[in-house]
Design a protein around this ligand. Structure first.
Ligand SMILES: C[S@@+](CC[C@H](N)C(=O)[O-])C[C@H]1O[C@@H](n2cnc3c(N)ncnc32)[C@H](O)[C@@H]1O
Length: 414
């Protein structure tokens, strides 16, 4: 059990709720720091954290979760590109990515916009994180293979060159992003003075308690331009929806705008030119799906039908689903279940497909079947929470999210 005063110090500094990072992890990390400093008691370590900002930063650096990768949640980048090109041709665009971790997110934003034909000279991206170590890696823009996940890595060919140990981003894309150190809810001065057309604040709220989340949302609201869009992770959408914020569905369920007039149906109008566009394929079929090129750019050819010599696999189904061929993807899932019996991943994929087809009842059934087979299936918990939240069942969504956080923490501590 982590010392309550140390927990309070961390909470004040970065809004972290230590229990969200896994049972025992925070405590073991604290003990390792006490040992390194030769401090035998929690009291001595508390005093050290209070008097030394450097030691507090050391502790923060070893507690924060920096997991990220390029084009994580492809939907968000598709939606952003659609929003940006719906503006006037010569408007400049200012975007904030916070927390940006090691830079994959803000650089993905730059690549997504460049792919859509928006000149990077029109784009200014600020990126903020509390971790000085993460920011150093972000500025170096040299990435190991693990930062590139999924199978659609065309962007790596276009924007990176191979170097020993990984890939280096080109200078023009690097130049579109400026990095700043800061701990939300406080924003660095330079950032606090600007207004952003879009803010990406993804995979942070899950580590915060309600008061911290509220403080962060308030800080971000102050720097979000009128009609600006706030992007959160799909799992965090239930934490944001309600109040002043409306998801800009049917475009994206985890992109929010404020102060819009609600239509009678309860939905928000998309910007006029956006409404005419093909909505992006949604939802992203898995956290680690290939980064789809924005729909507004020419589409890559759809995957060839799987060769007849082997039965189509779930990976084939996922690829088809990613390019919107939902019916075929569904058929493969059903055949897979028939041939191989009940498999959690096949039911989960079916759930995503049904969600994307707008059949929420069947999606819920598939997610529940997934959880019956694998009660700790984090993605199924998150997607089910998202459906529940859209139905207005907030308590049930919150419970599912709490379960997802525990399952994720458990997975990481193994
Ligand atoms: C899981 S990463 C998310 C990165 C990226 N947004 C994504 O979704 O892939 C979480 C990041 O939050 C940063 N962080 C945690 N608390 C923070 C705070 N209060 N202010 C700024 N950054 C914070 C951590 O240093 C870490 O790099």
């Amino acid at each position: 059990m982590i010392d309550v005063e140390i927990a309070a110090i961390l909470h004040r500094a970065i809004g972290l709720e230590p229990s969200t990072i896994g049972p025992g992890i925070a405590q073991r990390t604290i003990e390792a720091h006490m040992k390194r400093l030769g401090l035998p008691t929690a009291e001595a370590y508390r005093a050290c954290l209070r008097s030394s900002p450097e030691e507090l930063q050391e502790l923060i650096e070893s507690l924060v979760v920096q997991e990220t990768w390029f084009f994580r949640d492809p939907d968000a980048f598709v939606t952003l590109a659609a929003l940006v090109i719906s503006r006037r041709r010569n408007d400049n665009v200012r975007i904030l990515s916070v927390p940006c971790s090691t830079g994959e997110e803000p650089y993905s934003i730059a690549m997504a916009l460049a792919d859509t034909g928006v000149p990077l000279s029109r784009v200014a991206i600020d990126a903020v994180d509390v971790s000085a170590r993460a920011l150093k890696r972000a500025e170096a823009a040299m990435y190991p293979p693990n930062s590139f996940r999924g199978s659609n890595l065309g962007y790596r060919e276009r924007y990176f060159r191979p170097v020993p140990g990984g890939f280096r981003l080109d200078d023009a894309t690097r130049a579109a992003v400026r990095f700043h150190q800061g701990a939300l809810p406080r924003l660095p001065l330079e950032v606090a003075q600007r207004r952003y057309d879009a803010i990406f604040c993804k995979n942070l709220f899950i580590y915060c308690d309600e008061p911290s989340r509220k403080a962060i949302v308030t800080a971000l609201t102050c720097v979000l331009a009128d009609k600006g869009t706030l992007f959160v992770a799909a799992a965090e959408a239930p934490l944001i929806s309600g109040g002043d914020w409306r998801a800009i569905e049917p475009i994206a369920a985890s992109a929010f705008q404020r102060g819009e007039r609600r239509k009678a149906s309860g939905e928000i109008s998309a910007p006029p030119s956006l409404a005419k566009m093909t909505p992006p394929a949604r939802p992203a079929m898995r956290a680690a799906t290939p980064a789809a090129r924005p729909r507004v750019a020419p589409q890559p050819p759809p995957p060839a039908r799987p060769p007849s010599v082997r039965p189509p696999s779930l990976a084939d189904a996922r690829r088809l689903a990613d390019v919107g061929r939902l019916r075929e993807a569904e058929e493969i899932c059903q055949a897979h279940l028939k041939a191989n019996g009940d498999l959690a991943d096949a039911h989960f994929l079916l759930g995503l497909i049904r969600d994307a087809q707008g059949d929420a009842d069947c999606a819920v059934e598939s997610y529940k079947r997934t959880l019956y087979l694998d009660p700790e299936h984090v993605e199924a918990l998150m997607h089910l929470a998202s459906v529940m939240s859209k139905r207005g069942e907030r308590a049930s969504a919150e419970r599912l999210l709490a379960r997802a956080r525990r399952a994720e923490a458990e997975r990481r501590s193994r």
